[in-house]
Design a protein around this ligand. Structure first.
Ligand code: ZN
Length: 163
């Protein structure tokens, strides 16, 4: 296992769209690295492969306070989204910046688990927000793209100061 470097804006690789993984077993080691990288951060609760420069469509999330309940989702797809929730978000790729973003309140997402078995995840809670945030990464999108150009400039300045 290894702790990988997390890309920060304005790294162009954060804009790449992920490609569906055809052989989940083949990326088992990479999934372990993603988890280790997320757990290595102070407060990272989710990480998408895009953030470490990979184009594999895989994301990991752990909302437990003990950080021992990982959710691994390969090839995630939004099945259903409804309602609206506005909450403050941060991102490991945009250190030092947080802002309010509008999301679906409820989502149902399908994908594969780390054994390649189909799973469905449903949430109308914080998990719903994190899922949407991480799935955006796999589409080459960081959360500040939901904000005004002015706020995006502020975020970029903060990251540069942080670096
Ligand atoms: Zn993020």
């Amino acid at each position: 296992m290894a702790v990988l470097d997390i890309l920060t804006i304005p790294d162009e690789r954060l804009k790449r769209k992920a490609v569906a993984v055809s052989d989940v077993a083949a990326i088992g080691g990479f999934i372990d690295d993603l988890l280790e990288t997320m757990y290595h951060t102070d407060d990272g609760i989710g990480l998408a492969a895009t953030q470490v420069g990979s184009t594999d469509a895989v994301l990991v999330i752990d909302l437990s306070s003990e950080r021992n309940q990982p959710l691994v989702l390969v090839n995630p797809e939004l099945v259903e989204g409804r309602g609206e929730f506005v909450g403050e978000e941060g991102c490991l790729s945009i250190p030092g910046y947080r802002a309010k973003v509008s999301r679906f309140e409820y989502v149902k997402v399908k994908g594969l688990d780390r054994d390649g078995q189909p799973i469905e995840v449903e949430s109308d809670d914080f998990l719903a927000i994190v899922l949407q945030h991480e799935m955006d990464h796999l589409q080459g999108k960081v959360f500040i793209e939901h904000l005004s150009k002015m706020k995006q400039q502020i975020a970029l300045r903060k990251v540069k100061k942080f670096a």
